[in-house]
Each structure stands twice: as C-alpha cells, then as structure tokens.
Design a protein around this ligand. Structure first.
Ligand code: CAA
Ligand code: FAD
Length: 380
C-alpha cells in the first residue's frame, strides 16, 4: 500500500491551507455571528479553481481527482465550514451530477458556468415532510409534453438564495413510486420560483439555507437529467459521492479543533505546568489524534475507491458516519480543553463544535448511513 500523496496533491493541499489561513480565517467569527455568506471568498475560490475541482477542463473545471478535492475540503473546513459546504455542494452534488448524467447541451449551458464559479448551484431533494424518507416526495413535476410544471416546497436548501442553478427532484408519476421521480434543472428567475426566508441556524451560520417554493414553474423538457424516472437514482448516486465531501468536511472540523487544542495545551498553565502535562488532558489529545487519523483513513479510502472505479456507496457512508461522529466528539473535547476560553467565541472551538453537528445530519443522518451500511453488508 502506498500512502504517499503526489506532488500535485501536496501542492493543492498547501494552496487550500494557505487560502484558509489568509482569506477565510479573518472575519470568520464575524460572518458566523452575522450569518453572512462568504461572497468575496467564493470569488477568490472560483479563481483558484476550487468550485469545479473534478470537472473536465473542457467545461472549465480543474480536472483533479477526488482525493485532491477531499484534501481541499479538509483544509477549508479546519477554518470555515460555512465556506466549505458551498464548495462541497457545488463540486460533488451539482457539478458531478451534471457532468456524469447531463446531456452535452446541459453541460455546455450550465456546467461551465458552475465549474468556473461564474455562478453556484444548489441540490434540492429535502422537503418539509421528506428528509430521510426521500422517496416520499410531495413536490410534483407534471409532464405537459414539451415541459414540466413544477409545484411544491423544498426545505433547508444550501445556497438557497445565492445559487442561480438548482437541481430539483420531483415526483412526476406517483403510482410509479421512486421510479416516477425526475431531476430537473431550474434557473433562478423562472416564473413562479420563490426563495423563502433564510434559516437562523445553530452552526454553519455563514452558509445560506432557505426553503424554495415552486408555483406552476414551467421547466423545459430538455432540462430533465437522464431518462424519465431516473431522478431518484440520480439523487442517490450523486449523494454517494457527496457524502465523501461531507466526510472530509467533518474530518477538517475535527482536525481544526484538535490543532487548536494541541497548541492551547502547550501554552495554558494550571498548577504550575502546561495543561498538556496533566494526563487527563494528554489522554484527550491522544484519543482525538487517534480517532482523527482513523477517520482520515476512511475518508481517503472512499475517495480512492471513487477515483479507482470501485463502488463507493459503502465506503463513503462509513467515512461520513465515522468522521461526523469524530467531529462531534473531538469538538466537544476541544471546548473542554480550552476551559472557559472554549466557551468564548474568540477561541474558535465553540463554533467548530456547533458546525460539527450538521455533519451528522445533512446528506443523510448518521442513522441513514447505518441503513446504507447495514443493507450493503447484509446483501454481500
Ligand atoms: N445508487 C443508485 N441507486 C440507489 C442507491 C445508490 N446509492 N441507493 C438506492 N438506490 C436505488 C435502489 O436500488 C432502488 O431502486 P430499485 O428499486 O430500482 O432497485 C431505489 O433507489 C430506492 O432505494 P431503496 O428501496 O433503498 O429506498 P428507501 O426508501 O429504502 O431509502 C435511503 C433509501 C438510503 C434511506 C434514502 O432514502 C436516503 O439516502 N435518504 C437520505 C436522504 C439524504 O441523504 N438527503 C440529503 C439531501 S442533500 C443534502 O443534505 C445536501 C447538504 O446538506 C449540503
Ligand atoms: P427526519 O427524516 O425527520 O429524521 C428525524 C430523525 O429520525 C433523525 O435522527 C433521523 O436519523 C431519524 N430517522 C428517520 N428515519 C429513520 C429510520 N428509518 N431509521 C432510524 N432513524 C430514522 N437537503 C437538500 O436536499 N439539499 C440541501 O442543500 C440541504 N442542505 C441542508 C443544510 C442544512 C443546514 C440542514 C439543516 C439541512 C439540509 N438539508 C438539505 C436537509 C437534510 O439533508 C435533512 O435535514 C436530512 O436528510 C434529515 O432529514 P429531516 O430533517 O427531515 O429528518
């Protein structure tokens, strides 16, 4: 086995690390407080090619592998998970879904804009009454010959207001169950498409989460992704890769909290010595380090599976399940290691703790990952 990163992967990781320190860190606390979307930072990330990392250069992407993308997600998430979720949704849900399953015309019209960061995208599956139970879609896309008429509400959509291109999953033929679901490309500004109010959230507060309302929105047939009825499989397959990105986000949040804790434990003194010299704190750091390394192996392995044409439904689900649990546990301990300062915003770890929670919920909750994992191991 070779665990060595290539020169190119090392370079990309360093570029992401530098960017996070110089461009994301300043103002991250204020953006979290004000629930401010990192708009300026997105423009710069677009210039660096971070918004279409795995997309073929012929569509304006960077043509990199999944591991490079994961390394970037990890570094950005150490500092600002509100920014990294935008990168994750645009890369692994929107761009990947379009590049893999879209028509040439759809790629020319939409993918190039998304990959270059000329605009960003959103992936719209969840509804007020269909989150984990994603097949019970209430939003309808009724076939009217040359177009669909879209009606319904999507909930908690990341990039809900800032996006310009939306991949919307909707039910066309209820009798066919999940085989009657379609995925449609919807543009901001189409008649009858409204963005609901912004959600006021516990974590990733700089990200832009909204409900979306569709009232008789006419979507041309050429905007359907894949064959009639392919929408649910499109969503599932796309989410399998998306989960690798969120696993990398969770890994980054955990690693960020650990790095801050290690530094603090070497500086803060109590009872005449650095707190890291007290075994209770040293052992916390040992557990954090071990769990993060284990999570890293699962996350990189799932990226490797994807890059090598292996099935990654199982490895991606395991990576997300484990890395998100590690992110939560690590950030709680990071606050503890920081004592009173951990409870104060200036030290970052309380924000990382709040941000960690979402990684156990979106792109499939931990319970849903266990369903995916158990079905996979019982089938084989
Ligand atoms: N790839 C391709 N097809 C798949 C698949 C996959 N990974 N997983 C399931 N399918 C197919 C199945 O084969 C089945 O098709 P057939 O009947 O033709 O064989 C069909 O999809 C239905 O599958 P199930 O019977 O397994 O469906 P289910 O109702 O039991 O649900 C589930 C399965 C895994 C629980 C699924 O509903 C699920 O993943 N739920 C969670 C939803 C989710 O992750 N939402 C995230 C929203 S996006 C987001 O959150 C973004 C963000 O925050 C930033
Ligand atoms: P529910 O499905 O109601 O689940 C509630 C609880 O019951 C959970 O603990 C769940 O694990 C558990 N549960 C449900 N079913 C089972 C079962 N069969 N077995 C065991 N336990 C079960 N969605 C999008 O489509 N696009 C986005 O961009 C997006 N971004 C998001 C951003 C944020 C900040 C948030 C909060 C959510 C986002 N979501 C997005 C939605 C997210 O994917 C859903 O919240 C998530 O899939 C869970 O669905 P739910 O909230 O309806 O919970």
């Amino acid at each position: 086995m070779d665990f060595t990163l290539t020169e190119e992967q090392l370079m990309i990781r360093q570029a992401a690390r530098d960017f996070a320190q110089t461009e994301l860190l300043p103002g991250v606390i204020e953006r979290d407080d004000a629930q401010q979307f990192p708009a300026e930072q997105m423009k710069k990330m677009a210039e660096l090619g971070f918004l279409g990392m795995m997309v073929d250069p012929k569509y304006g992407g960077s043509g990199l592998d999944t591991l490079s993308y994961v390394l970037t997600m990890e570094e950005l998430s150490k500092v600002d998970a509100s920014a990294s979720v935008v990168v994750s949704v645009n890369n692994s849900l929107v761009c990947w879904g379009l590049e893999t399953f879209g028509t040439e015309a759809q790629k020319e019209k939409y993918l190039t804009r998304l990959a270059t960061g000329d605009c960003i995208g959103a992936f719209c599956l969840s509804e007020p009454e269909a989150g984990s139970d994603a097949t019970s879609q209430k939003t309808t896309a009724i076939d009217k010959g040359d177009h669909y008429v879209l009606n319904g509400t999507k909930n908690w959509i990341t990039n809900g207001n800032t996006a310009e291109i939306y991949l919307v999953i909707a039910q066309t033929d209820r009798e066919l169950g999940h085989r009657g679901i379609n995925a449609l490309i919807v543009e901001k500004g189409m008649d009858g498409f409204e963005v609901g109010p912004k959600e006021n959230k516990l974590g990733i507060r700089g990200s832009d989460t909204h409900s979306l309302i569709f009232n008789d929105v006419k979507v041309p047939k050429e905007n359907r992704i894949g064959e009639d009825g392919f929408g649910f499989k499109f969503a599932m397959k796309t989410l399998s890769g998306g989960r690798i990105g969120i696993a990398a986000q969770a890994l980054g949040i955990a690693a960020g909290a650990y790095e801050l804790s290690l530094k603090y434990a070497g500086e803060r003194k109590a009872f005449g010595t650095e707190i890291g010299n007290h075994q209770a704190i040293a052992f916390k750091l040992a557990d954090m380090h071990t769990q993060i390394e284990a999570a890293r192996h699962l996350v990189y392995k799932s990226a490797w599976d994807k890059d090598n044409g292996n099935n990654y439904d199982l490895s991606g689900a395991m990576a997300k399940l484990y890395a998100s649990e590690v992110a939560m546990a690590t950030t709680v301990e990071a606050v503890q290691i920081h004592g009173g300062n951990g409870f104060v915003k200036d030290y970052h770890v309380e924000r990382l703790m709040r941000d960690a929670k979402i990684t156990q919920i979106y792109e499939g909750t931990s319970e849903i990952q266990k369903i995916v994992i158990s079905r996979s191991i019982l089938r084989n």
